[in-house]
Design a protein around this ligand. Structure first.
Ligand code: UT7
Length: 331
């Protein structure tokens, strides 16, 4: 028998109904549709408005979508991983609650946090467990309620982010499909450029931190942009090179949706033409951990068994990387 690989065998997704358009943002901060569109590619994003509902609400919906579409018995799930930068609660793992709510009563569950690279890193974690032979069905969910940590008076951040969730199932594969290679990096120097200052162990919440708006995302956009452009393009080119993939061999680039200009630069560097680039940033903005699975859900019908997919992401930390995966089914 050949080597066991880890393949994605099902996909699910959820985005909230409420749409926040560029036009609506024009009445909230000093910005305009033209600036946002040309600088980022974003036209609208989804916002989870209902009070008392957190990231788990969307993660559960995405998982249920996957379960319904694939006729999966949740009792067979061995492990639930929730990739997120916005857990329901500071301490209790969101994944544990999600697993219980979807009926994954035989699973263990935990969260994984690496900012916008959370889902990409999660793909590596899930695949490694499968390849080891230890587990057979791993549900990986990427979910973020970015609206809970965004200051809607800060035009540098509020135009970018949105809420959403996506889920994939990883299972063993004997046909050499699924994850082929990964190149994952991090550099702690980057944490000063994209962060939330307060509420962690360095600066616990107090009246001052609330008054100073230190519980919201701060981003030095220009610096993050520079690092994102060069690093995302570098790792994607590298993974092609070391797997002897030409641009003809790559059917799809699956890039983190942070900025259309970063995506275009990555595609250019790889020599991949625009019709091979998955893109939904115009509809959802940057949903952090949810961008990659939301792309898979949107493009699932176009994917064919054996297609070569190159995933790429860059995020706070800094964290970034690229994964080469062979698609395992026709839908
Ligand atoms: O997902 C995690 C990783 N994150 C990223 O990859 C995000 C990376 N960064 C970016 O995508 C971009 O840097 C932004 C979209 C955040 C900003 O675009 P930019 O082209 O880097 O703009 P900038 O910050 O250099 O600002 C250019 C100008 C400034 O005005 P002056 O100084 O040239 O007069 C800003 O004040 O645009 C102004 N500006 C805005 N104008 C209208 C900044 N934000 C806005 C806005 N609307 N929302």
């Amino acid at each position: 028998m050949g080597k066991t690989t880890a393949a994605i065998t099902a996909v699910g997704a959820y985005v909230p109904d409420h749409i926040l358009t560029n036009k609506m943002l024009e009445s909230m901060v000093e910005t305009n549709d033209e600036w946002i569109t040309t600088r980022t590619g974003i036209k609208e994003r989804r916002i989870l408005k209902e009070e008392g509902k957190g990231t788990s609400f969307m993660a559960i919906k995405a998982a249920e979508d996957l379960i319904n579409k694939s006729n999966l018995d949740p009792k067979e799930i061995d492990m639930v991983l929730v990739a997120t930068a916005t857990p329901d609660l500071q301490v209790a793992a969101t994944a544990a609650y999600v697993a219980s709510e979807i009926g994954a009563e035989n699973a263990f569950a935990y969260d994984l946090q690496a900012a916008c690279s959370s889902f990409l890193y999660g793909m590596s974690t899930a695949s490694s467990y499968i390849e080891s032979g230890r587990y057979k069905k791993i549900l990986l969910i990427g979910a973020d309620k970015m609206s809970s940590i965004i200051d809607y008076t800060d035009r540098a951040t509020c135009i970018i982010f949105g809420d959403g969730a996506g889920a994939v199932l990883f299972e063993p594969n004997q046909e050499s499909l699924g994850l082929q290679d990964e190149y994952l990096r991090s550099d702690g120097i980057g944490r000063n450029f994209l962060k939330i200052d307060a509420g962690g162990s360095i600066l616990p919440a107090n009246e001052e931190t609330v008054k100073n708006k230190q519980h919201y995302v701060f981003q030095d956009g220009k610096t993050v942009f520079k690092f994102a452009v060069s690093n995302m393009a570098d790792v994607s080119a590298k993974i092609m090179e070391r797997n002897n993939l030409t641009e003809q061999d790559v059917q799809w680039l699956v890039p983190h949706q942070a900025n259309k200009r970063i995506i275009d630069a990555t595609a250019n560097r790889m020599g991949v033409s625009s019709e091979k680039v998955m893109m939904n940033i115009q509809r959802y903005g940057n949903t952090t951990s949810a961008t990659l699975p939301l792309l898979l859900a949107d493009y699932e019908k176009q994917l064919k068994k054996g297609d070569n997919l190159v995933f790429a992401a860059f995020g706070g930390g800094f964290t970034w990387g690229s994964i080469y995966l062979k698609w395992a089914y026709n839908s």
